[in-house]
Ligand binder design. Sequence first.
Ligand code: FCB
Length: 469
Amino acid sequence: MKLHPPADVSLRFPPGFVWGVATSAFQIEGAAIEDGKGPSIWDHFCQVPGAIADGSDGDIACDHYHRWSDDLDLVASLGVNAYRFSVSWPRVRPDGDGAWNEKGLDFYERVVDGLLARGIQPYLTLNHWDLPAELQAKGGWANRDTVHRFVEYALGMDARLGDRVQAITTHNEPWVMSVLGHKRGVFAPGHKSRAMAMQVSHHLLLSHGMALNALRAQGCKSKLGIVLNLSPMHPATNSLEDLAKTELEDGLLLRWYMDPLFKGQYPADVLAHLGADAPRVQAGDMDIIATPMDFLGINYYSRSVVSAAGIWDVHQSGLEITEMGWEVYPEGLTELLLRVHGDYAVPPIYVTENGGAFKEEKRDAHVHDPLRTDYIARHITAVAEAIRHGVRMEGYMVWSLMDNFEWASGYEKRFGIVHVDYATQKRTLKNSALWYRNFLHHQTARHTISDTAQPKIVDSEWNTVALGA
Ligand code: FCB
């Protein structure tokens, strides 16, 4: 195990760099049928036998709907200057196309005002997967009408909160909704059709572009962007088969989204591969999708190693892996950022999610999670490295503020830097949270005091760490 003491806090981040923690509505809020909230496709999916590893659901989750104020205090205690959260569409507009729910809107008003009162910038995501179930009954994202419902939703949220939120993200990880939700069927809504999945991806991208145009026409003041889950793809061997498969997988994950967003076209090789399963695209769609953005969000967890014969085993010796079975590969983040920066005319980039599911190692007065601290420290170093090479980075956010409902994995996989005891809802800062707080404290300090005068910090898990220049 390679533990990196976080000496790299000496790495330079631009003044004003945004440091945050991230969550999403379905994963933390609970209150699934309270105050007029409608069901989402995830409420329904959790009822499917076998869909969720531990048979759990989002009915209570972290009970954040009731504990939001204490939770925002927790966020503030970390010293971050941003909090990324999502709005539950069926909480604010239960049917997706009918009446708006004032109580739901009020909740997000409280959260946004609560963040601002604590000096934290709100980063709002509109669609973190929890589509109103009523819209799914009408075809969901496979139905082009949903695009228009999404635009209405975006405009409604802007009218209510746009004067106070720093940024609005249209969609979180369209690849996941498309492929895991509609091709592999392992996420809501649980379909297994490649053609449907590709049509869904097109509608997500189209609704993103339409929403951007509509929001700007309405005078929206927030920065606008999208969040993609991206990974470098590496061939398992140098065989022609592995190289070809790697190129295709890269096309399906990265170029399928980046090319339309930044070049106004789908990649030709992927279209050829899809054949009759390629999406139906109407005249003008591609120009709408390529509407310029103010920022690009990237969620990064790991690389992918591609083997045409399917022989790559992440559990082989020598590889560090998380509880999700994802390889710890921080250098992949630098590689990815440099690639995106080199291949596309991108706006400023945020790492909008990064973190790991790890078991706590021991518990005394502290929750010891050294592997998570190590993971985060090394990925922050990877971001600094990208900045050093000229990538325009504006922020980094840890996934996640607290342990929460990890989709099909239920509550078994814990990503939080804050521990949640689900029996009591007690929150406890893990050592990774204490480390992040220390790190941020000294990041902020370095912009206000001279380098030579910088102190040393002592972390509960690390030795004394020099804050060099
Ligand atoms: C991302 C999701 C986020 C969380 C992390 C672990 O794909 O955006 O909600 O589940 O993975």
